[in-house]
Each structure stands twice: as structure tokens, then as C-alpha cells.
Ligand binder design. Structure first.
Ligand code: SPD
Length: 457
């Protein structure tokens, strides 16, 4: 029988039954449709088969049989009526399922289906994403992102060491990614699920592979350096217009520190950034294996500690922007963000310098935890982040460089031409990607704790 002709022949009573069933269905959450539709349709077919007249073999017989059903009294068989209704409801549900599936059709580059539990727990640095990207991702994939903020590699590491952190995606800096990978706390990436890896810069990937062997555990998220950010007007006002901020030495010179402390000095609460930058200033190996080098760097940092307003790794961006502090050790993009916010508020320009002695450069990576309960969702997220237009949007927003070769052309030229974000060859010569050796990890932590406790903050 034709579905159309069946509809035409429905009695008013039956139409009202169907319409009320459909109305009830609209109240059901969509997730039950696929569960309900198939068994209902199968049950309806069985009932229909059991209660229908024998299937006609010829066109003539078919017409007669259809006419028999059409002219049969409405209540000719309760089972038949029930079967037809069920069949229609099942069909409607199937239709609905097909249309919702079509609406949520995965993007071309999404090569896997999400996990049954469509949640994703992400732990990333503060001020490190365009919130719109998360909204777009949720809308496209139906995966809900639970996003927590971190501002220390050490805290991240401690959380993972303790056991199940609850996070699927984390953002360790490259040297911490290595430690976490070596400790068996990360899930090796399934590259067959990451077709967008093709967009990453092969030269940068090769550099990263020297640390994260074969790019096994992480994708580069942002590229960054550790330098000095300062309020150009305030520093000139206090130190004189000839004063140059181009060397780490200003952070260890008590005469300079005394004056600058009037407008506020800050430094990062990050042992590797602070100790290794100091080693660079001292002309020592930033990957030294000698405990004495770290102890000497610690003594230097205690001088700075006497004058800093605080050691903190995220608060300084806002404080620089508002003029509450005037100089500090900073990560590149945060300094750029402070500059943007300060100018938008009609305040002073914030400059960022790579000191002449050299500076640290590195990558913050995205990786999947070994304990991830949503590994497919996590792969879908990483793949999404590697879309050139997505990472370009993030970089423009947070003002950090990325390692996606196909994103550069899509970005704001003001960002890509900014020498404090994308370094020229000359600057790159004095930058170091540093992985502190395992044997000095403890001495670094101990030295740093001594610096903090000796500081007057
Ligand atoms: N606001 C984002 C800061 C990101 C800093 N990443 C840490 C790098 C450590 N070397």
C-alpha cells in the first residue's frame, strides 16, 4: 500500500490519534528517538504482518486488498490499528532521526564519531583562547566543552601525577609534555584521526620532534618567548628618556630596581622560565646539569625578589594594561595583549623586548591525558584546533604565534608582522628552546621555593 494513499484514507479519529502521538513525541528529548524508532517500526511490522490479509500476488489482487483495508470499519482489528499507528510513529521517528543526523552532519575533516558521552574537559592557560572558537566547536560537533584555567606547569604536573585529573585535553609547555609523556601520563596521538596535521609547519614539527619524539604526544598550540614587558611612558618618566630596556641586567641591578619598584615590578611564578632566563643572562648553559649553576641563578633572583610586587604568571597582563605595574618578566603574547588593552583604554603603550643576551622560546602543546574518558572527542577537538581558519582566529585574539603554516595568510597582518610575536631570523639566533635536564628538576624546584620565600612580596 502507498503511504500517501494510506494517509488520505485515515479517518478523523485516526488523524487525531496520530497528531496527539506526534505532539507527545515532540516532548521527548531527541536522544531517545533512535532508541525508540527502530523497535517501534519492527514491532509494528510484525503486528501488521500477523493481522493483515495475505499479501496479494497480482496488481489486481493488490487493489482489491487495499480497498478491503480502506473500506474496513475503523475498528476492524485492534491489532491492525495499533500496528499502523506504531508503524507511522516509528516512521516519523526514523524521518526525524535522518533529518537530525543530516543537520549535525560532521564536517569533512572530522573522520571519527564522537564518544557516546559528548563532553570534553579542557585545561588550558588563562587568556589563551578566543571564547567564540569553543562556542563554534560545540555548535558544530554537539560536544560540550568544560574549560578550566591553569597558570602553572607545576600545578598541571602535580594534578596529573596524583592520578586521574578528570581532564581530557591539557596544555603543557613542551618540556613538561616530555616529562608527562615519559611518565606514561599521556595518550599517544592517533594520527589517523588527525588529518589536519598536514597544516602544521614541517620545520617546526621537526624541532618539536627532537623533544616529543616522533610528535607522539602533542600538537603545538602556541609558540612563545619569555622576555621583558614594560610601560614605555612610566619607565621613561622614572628612569629618564635615555634609559634602555634591552638587557636582563636591569632586573638584577639594585639601583635600577629601587627606582622601578615605585611603579611596580612583577615576575613570573615559573621556575624554569625564571631560572633558565637568568642562566642565559649569566652566560651559562640554560640546560646546565650543574646544581651550582641553579643555586647561583637563585641568588641573583633573590635580588629581584626583594623588589617585585609579586611573582605571578597571569595577573601581570591586566596590571600592566591598567598601569598598576610598569615592568615585568612576561610571555610574549600576554605583553601584546596588555598593550592592546592599555591602548584601548587610552593608556600607555606596553613594549616587549627580547633582551640582547638572549631569551627562552618554546611551545605550549595540546595533549590528551592517558586517563581521558573522551579520547574521540579529544581527537576531534585537536583536529578542529588545527584547522587553519580556527587557529588563525585564536592567534589573532590572544596575540600569540602558532605553528600552522596554512594559518599565517589568514591572520591579521598586524600580528604576523609584529616582531615581538613572529621573530625575525636575527632574533631567532639568540633564542633557546630549553628542556631542563631530569637530574636538575629537584634542585630547580628547591631553588625556586627559596627565591619565593626570601622575597618580600
Ligand atoms: N596567557 C597564556 C600564557 C601561556 C604561557 N605558557 C607557559 C609557557 C612556559 N614556558
Amino acid at each position: 500500500m502507498q503511504v500517501g494513499s494510506f494517509f488520505c484514507r485515515l479517518s478523523i479519529k485516526r488523524w487525531s490519534l496520530l497528531l496527539s502521538t506526534a505532539a507527545t513525541l515532540l516532548l521527548l528529548p531527541p536522544c531517545v528517538y533512535p532508541i525508540a524508532a527502530l523497535p517501534m517500526t519492527i514491532l509494528a511490522s510484525v503486528l501488521s504482518f500477523l493481522s493483515s490479509p495475505r499479501k496479494p500476488h497480482t496488481a489486481r489482487d493488490a487493489t482489491t486488498a487495499d480497498a478491503a483495508i480502506a473500506t474496513a470499519p475503523t475498528g476492524s482489528s485492534r491489532t491492525q490499528r495499533f500496528a499502523r499507528t506504531l508503524s507511522l510513529v516509528g516512521g516519523a521517528l526514523c524521518g526525524l532521526l535522518v533529518s537530525t543526523t543530516a543537520m549535525a552532519a560532521p564536517a569533512e575533516d572530522q573522520v571519527i564519531t564522537p564518544d557516546a558521552d559528548k563532553n570534553l574537559f579542557v585545561y588550558n592557560w588563562s587568556d589563551y583562547i578566543d571564547p567564540q572558537v569553543l562556542k563554534d566547536f560545540e555548535q558544530e560537533t554537539g560536544i560540550t566543552v568544560h574549560y578550566d584555567i591553569m597558570d602553572s606547569n607545576e600545578v598541571l604536573e602535580a594534578k596529573l601525577m596524583v592520578g586521574s585529573s578528570g581532564y581530557d585535553i591539557i596544555a603543557p609547555s613542551i618540556h613538561v609534555l616530555k616529562r608527562l609523556g615519559d611518565a606514561g601520563l599521556l595518550l599517544p596521538l592517533d594520527k589517523s584521526k588527525l588529518p589536519n596535521l598536514k597544516h602544521l609547519d614541517p620545520q617546526k614539527m621537526a624541532k618539536i620532534a627532537l623533544i616529543d619524539k616522533d610528535n607522539r604526544y602533542g600538537i603545538p598550540y602556541m609558540e612563545l618567548s619569555t622576555g621583558i614587558a614594560y610601560n614605555t611612558r612610566k619607565v621613561a618618566e622614572i628612569m629618564g628618556s635615555d634609559f634602555k630596556v634591552d638587557s636582563w641586567s636591569i632586573l638584577f641591578d639594585e639601583n635600577v630596581l629601587k627606582k622601578l619598584s615605585q611603579c611596580g615590578i612583577t615576575a613570573l611564578d615559573s621556575p624554569s622560565d625564571m631560572l633558565c632566563s637568568t642562566l642565559i643572562y649569566m652566560g651559562r648553559d640554560p640546560e646546565s646539569t650543574k646544581a651550582q649553576d641553579y643555586e647561583d641563578a637563585g641568588e641573583m633572583l633573590k635580588i629581584l625578589g626583594r623588589y617585585v610586587r609579586y611573582f605571578h604568571s597571569s595577573q601581570y597582563a591586566n596590571d600592566l594594561a591598567s598601569g598598576d605595574v610598569c615592568i615585568g618578566v612576561a610571555w610574549a603574547g600576554d605583553a601584546q595583549l596588555a598593550n592592546q588593552r592599555s591602548l584601548e583604554a587610552g593608556l600607555d603603550p606596553i613594549a616587549y623586548v627580547i633582551p640582547k643576551e638572549g631569551a627562552l622560546m618554546g611551545y605550549d602543546m595540546l595533549a590528551i591525558t592517558k586517563t581521558s574518558k573522551h579520547p574521540n572527542n579529544a581527537h576531534i577537538f585537536l583536529n578542529y584546533i588545527m584547522r587553519p581558519e580556527v587557529i588563525a582566529k585564536i592567534s589573532d585574539y590572544i596575540r600569540y604565534a602558532n605553528a600552522n603554516k596554512d594559518a599565517t595568510a589568514l591572520m591579521d597582518p598586524e600580528i604576523t608582522s609584529n616582531k615581538g610575536i613572529y621573530y625575525d631570523e636575527q632574533t631567532l639566533q639568540r633564542m633557546h628552546i630549553v628542556v631542563p635536564p631530569t637530574e636538575v628538576e629537584r634542585i630547580m624546584t628547591r631553588t625556586w621555593n627559596n627565591v619565593i620565600s626570601a622575597s618580600a612580596q
